[in-house]
Write a new protein. Sequence first.
Length: 718
Amino acid sequence: MDESPDVDLGDVTEDFRLNRRDFLARTGSGIFLFFTMGELPEFQQEVEGRRPPQGLPSDLNAFLKIGADGRVTCFTGKIEMGQGPITSLAQELADELDVPLDAVDMVMGDTDLCPWDMGTFGSMTTRVFGPALRSAGAQARQELLELASAQLQIPAQNLTVESGVVFDTATGRHRISYGELAQGKRIERRLTKPAATKQPSEFKVIAKPTLRRDARIKVTGAAKYTADIQIPGMVYAKLLRAPAHGAKLLDIDLSGAQKIPGVKVIRQGDFVAVLHQYPDVAESALAKIKARYDTPKQDIDDTTIFQHLLKVAPEGRVVAQGGDLHEGERTATTTVEATYLDGYKAHAPMEPHTALVKIDGDKATVWASTQTPFGAKDEVAKELGIPPENVRVITPFVGGGFGGKSRNLQIVEAARCAKLSGKPVQVAWSRKDEFFNDSFRPAAVVKVKSGISAAGRITFWEYHVYFAGERGSQQFYDIPHHATLAHNASWVGAPGSHPFATGAWRAPGNNTNTFARECQIDMMAAKAGVDPVDFRLRNLADMKMKRVLQATADKFGWKPAKSPSGRGLGVACGIDAGTYVAAIGQVHVDAATGDVKVARVVCVQDMGLVVNPEGATIQMEGCITMGLGYALREDIRFKGGDILDVNFDTYEIPRFSWLPAIETLILDRADEPAQGGGEPAIVVMGALIGNAIHDAVGARLFQLPMTPSRVKEAMKKG
């Protein structure tokens, strides 16, 4: 099995408009197949706040190569950051081509070799790129059958393929392999003839649990990340950082650093970097720089931010509405009104942002830890003042992103250093840099007012979300009178909204919105004196969600009871990236300390076709684990532009000792389109735990994270 995510096929220009003879000359022999896949599916109105840039072609050119040795190379602009497409995409192509999985090599995130891609985020790899790749594989198989037909002198309809070998279906003889068809040939074909992709009953590789192809090299340390890349003549850069966001450099003394042998100090305005062939020397030299800043005074901090956001919020944009709120409120016998708060969250990936930039004349090569290699390509071109086609971005393995590596600040910093120094430069952020420069999940406020009838039916729902974005705010319960408005429809605030950068954080917006919605639903169930699972089922008309919730209750062994029951059980439902998810959990609350221990979580998903059930299960477990962090501990403390949490000693992420017993179930929906799997299970964790705390001790928490001090305070009020 080829365990490398990167196959070096030479220096090739960025897209497929280059001279084809030159392209073939550079990439060697083999059969190249180009596909026009038609227009991409419509993206949801907000997918990580991005839309395909105007002016780019709407068709996806899925490109693959079949070598003379029979190996298949798949090129994708998607990257591997732990979510598993290095395996699942290979499964899809292998199945449609009828080749062994270990015969497929993946080239990912190389802007000179791969078709343009908007980035790896939004759980779109499987549900958007996957169908196009499968179609490409199906068309390639058909074309290879026709090539074999011409060579074997047997009608194509009488041929079949097994493990990359074409043969006569009737006799099993007259065999020719894909490798033999490719041997010594350069055949380019523009395929327009449609070919059907396989039905679930025909799958041999898709939908089969498969061990991650990168597992061995990652656990043995053989996998290469950006910081592992070393090239001749390179130096390491350490950058001078302001003490707070918005601070202005007043004066600086560089002499202390300049006296150290081998150190080069570069400065361009407020941009100051120290370069040396050893990173520790550069670090010690940076510490000798004396700089004085003017730091603006700001009254905003992690406690006053919510009032600030409400003050600066724009008018709401209608996300969904129906019926008449006044009529719904008139018919309600009980009204529930609440405000939910959610603080800033850091991405905190294990691998900090890193980039290496090498400039050769008017061309540049970039190795980078990024979720958006094509976006990085344009940013580097702009920084260096060269055409984008002169920039090649190569993406090794990425050690976690969660949306935070969609921002390429470290790449621009490395490009600037390389330009000013004339040397290849690597910029690797320290952990303090990582926290300071993060584009945090934004603080947000949600206001909900809702009502129920005497029969326990929801009569109206008025929902306002401020700054989290609209993802996950759409209502899926059966409510006759409702209105949902997003005040700042994206997670990126207008200037002046936030004291520092904000951005996408795993299932952006949906964690906050699901917390508010599902806690509100639980409060209504408690007011109605109805079991929280039963209350949801009776207010759901969406049969898919009802099936998922019922399956969760069955797997958990749910026994109905009014909340609070003292059992510490919580339930939550959500939809993200096309996937329906429900979870039930149990917590234990220490009344003396306010500490919450999550003991068990059962999670069920309906995600359509599951390409790799093993990978999907791992993603669900990872979401549940990461969800413990934003629900219980993760919260950025700040004063104005000064970030007070800059390492894991104060910013606490989940530990193995926190982990509950996790049980997962993925419903069999192989006949439906594949949906996203990298994010859905995380969205329910805040509400699940909040509802479980209420069931345990009768205290309702309205702010994330639900820290021990907040739990104790809620218990006093409760």
